[in-house]
Design a protein around this ligand. Sequence first.
Ligand SMILES: C=C(O[C@@H]1C=C(C(=O)O)C=C[C@H]1O)C(=O)O
Length: 373
Amino acid sequence: MSEVNSFFKDLEKQFANDLPFVVYSRPINSIIKCWLQKDAALHRTNLFEESGFVFAPFDLNDPAIVFPQDKCEHQILEVNQLDVDPLAITTFSTNNTSRQAHVNLVSEAVEAINKGPLKKVVLSRVESRPADQINPIETFKRLFNTYKNAMVYCWYHPKVGLWLGATPELLFKVEGSQLTAISLAGTQPYKDNSDPTWTSKELQEQQIVTDYIAEQVSLYSAQTKISETESIKAGNLWHLKTRVTSVLHSTSKLKLIIEALHPTPAVCGFPKQTAKDFILSHEGYEREFYTGFLGELNLKQRMNRNTNRRNVENNAYASVKTNSNFYVNLRCMQIKDDKVLVYVGGGITEDSVPENEWEETSNKAKTISNVLR
Ligand SMILES: C=C(O[C@@H]1C=C(C(=O)O)C=C[C@H]1O)C(=O)O
């Protein structure tokens, strides 16, 4: 059996046995990894100190789930493109009730922003579609083939649920003492090869995110650098992106950095607690893991200081680097009972036009639902 076939056979077997797994590929990367947990136990993390793969909700008052490294079998596959079955053509109709509800929700938010102190709030909704005949592992393969600069994944735990996504947004990564965070906001549809022109509303919305990240990061690190802002393409959309890099103080705990950065104004708003309260009291549904984060937690990387093999005693000085990388769970869906739930949102500021915000969420829904057709 080919390497590709046996990788996916093991994954299918894990799913058929109703055991937890995650399969994923990080952006601009031809490596697919999977973690197969050996039993169905549910491991929660609160301190983010274990090594494993973490899947955390939007609201960290709810538990984050971890697949501990020592309780999993790992596999790695290097491949550029995967064979998939052709898609059946189906069309999804727009639901006018949800359109009106979203428009009303955005109008309420604009009103609240005008009164202050709320400056930005990210409002979302969930689209529900019939899920018959969806094979999640085949859907993962399509995501992998389609979204090369996203973190694509399929995550399953029998006691939690089944989630898939293709997120363009790194929350942050830590490589030894190096911290990198990304500010991603502003959305425009991608139109035949032309570059986007950003309005002051979009630039301001993204600046709020960058300022917040830089300020939070500087509490735990030094030498913070902020890159130029660039336009990046994510599926059928453009976003504004800025990179914030920094050197962590040796005493900075990962949990504190997580609490400082998550949820960022890119998916929650600003000021953070006011925006979060508005979301929890107005959105009218549970985000669960949408706009939470997922990724590799405290993986140890052995660094040999001297690569000269003859110099054996130098290997005693080999150091171990601890790496984590977390992606914001966006452009994602949950398969629940006989339904696919697609989660989409957008940032609201004082200049937001409710109808346009509906369009933006509809465009975002296409990114993920394209692979279901
Ligand atoms: C909230 C979402 O996306 C976020 C909101 C954006 C915006 O408001 O323009 C852009 C990228 C993401 O940070 C989503 O895709 O559901």
